[in-house]
Each structure stands twice: as structure tokens, then as C-alpha cells.
Ligand binder design. Structure first.
Ligand code: MG
Length: 210
């Protein structure tokens, strides 16, 4: 299996969208969503301003598929006021909370993806409570606390159809390189016996559901 995928042609300048996804990781998401969206709808957890959503959504759109884009849009731990990745442009001073949804909608409109991307503005746990739809692909890039990552894995990985894809962002096997919560759920997926491990692309962990 190749670990590098060709850069897709995208409907917007991807580097103008705020976010933390590298080009090679985006290309891999696009590649896998192209095939997985033929199995069933795809779901991303943690949309922020829509960078990964453009990669995944463009692939789904090409297959007349659907991408559910789940985010409470109140920012992860590291986006909060005073934290390392806080962005004042995304802070609603009136209610003193983060709000990335407005920027996300602008991205979807500019990328012409409103016919493909279904935003779900909610926490992961609430959105999953009555969920019953099998999924072609799940991309986990939500909160990076241990609890948030475990919740995302627990709530959604069981919906992946056989042959479908599980992708997890920010995998850092060495604790000096980054937080361990995504890597811990990557290890859970590997140990579950339910998935075939695919080559990691940069910090993007990938599995195929058996
Ligand atoms: Mg990430």
C-alpha cells in the first residue's frame, strides 16, 4: 500500500482555511473517502473551520455520497481563551464562547459543498445517542482529552461497515511529540481485532474494518 497519495484538486485554496491538517494527511483522507463513500455515508468528528471537511466532502460529492460533519463548534480544550491554539477571530465576545460554526458555514459555501455536507452541531455523545446508520468511514479529530477521545471511539467506531475506514488524527507514539489520547484510541482499535491496520500517513492513523 502506498503511504503517499496524489494531491486532489479542490474547489478552494485549502491553505486559506484555518486548521491543523497537513497536505499529505488531507490527500489520504480524500483517497479513502472516495472509496468509503460508496459503502455508506462518512462522518467526521471535529470539523473546526472545515479544512478536513473540504477534503472528505469533495470526495463524497464526487461519489454522490454524504458527509456528516459533527462538531459542537465551541472549540476543543486547546482553543479556549488563554490556551495555546486560541483564535480571537473565532471567539464570540457576546456570549464569551468559541464559535467556529459561522466560519465553517462560509467554508462549505465557498467550497460548494452544501449539497453533500450535513453539519451536526452537537457534542459527540449526544449526537450518537440514537444514531443507527451504518457508516462507510469515521474520521476522529475531536477533543484531545482522554475522555473526549475515548467517547468518540466508543460512540462511533462500531458503526463502521465491513470494508469501511477508521481514521484517527494526531497519532504521536512518542509522548514528547504530542498528546497521547488519540494514540491511545488508535491502540484500542488495533487491539480490538476488528480492524486491519493500514499504513499511517504523517500523524493520520488508518484502519479498515474487517
Ligand atoms: Mg487534529
Amino acid at each position: 500500500m502506498p503511504s503517499e497519495f496524489p494531491s486532489p484538486s479542490l474547489p478552494v485554496d485549502i491553505h486559506s482555511i484555518k486548521g491543523f491538517l497537513a497536505d499529505d494527511e488531507g490527500a489520504a483522507l480524500y483517497h479513502y473517502a472516495l472509496e468509503a463513500s460508496q459503502l455508506g455515508p462518512c462522518l467526521e468528528i471535529g470539523s473546526y473551520c472545515g479544512k478536513s471537511t473540504v477534503y472528505l466532502g469533495s470526495a463524497c460529492q464526487q461519489q454522490q455520497g454524504i458527509l456528516y460533519a459533527l462538531d459542537h463548534h465551541r472549540g476543543s480544550e486547546e482553543h479556549q481563551l488563554g490556551e495555546e491554539y486560541h483564535d480571537p477571530d473565532l471567539y464570540d465576545c457576546g456570549i464569551q464562547l468559541m464559535d467556529s460554526f459561522r466560519t465553517f458555514r462560509t467554508t462549505m459555501r465557498e467550497a460548494n459543498l452544501e449539497d453533500t455536507v450535513v453539519p451536526i452541531v452537537s457534542s459527540s455523545a449526544i449526537a450518537s445517542r440514537h444514531w443507527a446508520t451504518p457508516l462507510g468511514m469515521v474520521f476522529i479529530d475531536g477533543g484531545h482529552s482522554e475522555e473526549a477521545a475515548q467517547t468518540d471511539y466508543r460512540c462511533w467506531s462500531s458503526f463502521i461497515k465491513p470494508g469501511g475506514i477508521l481514521a484517527i488524527h494526531d497519532i504521536f507514539p512518542n509522548p514528547e511529540d504530542g498528546g497521547q489520547a488519540p494514540y491511545n484510541i488508535w491502540k484500542l482499535a488495533k487491539a480490538s481485532g476488528l480492524f486491519e491496520e493500514l499504513p499511517t500517513v504523517n500523524t493520520l492513523g488508518l484502519f479498515r474494518r474487517k
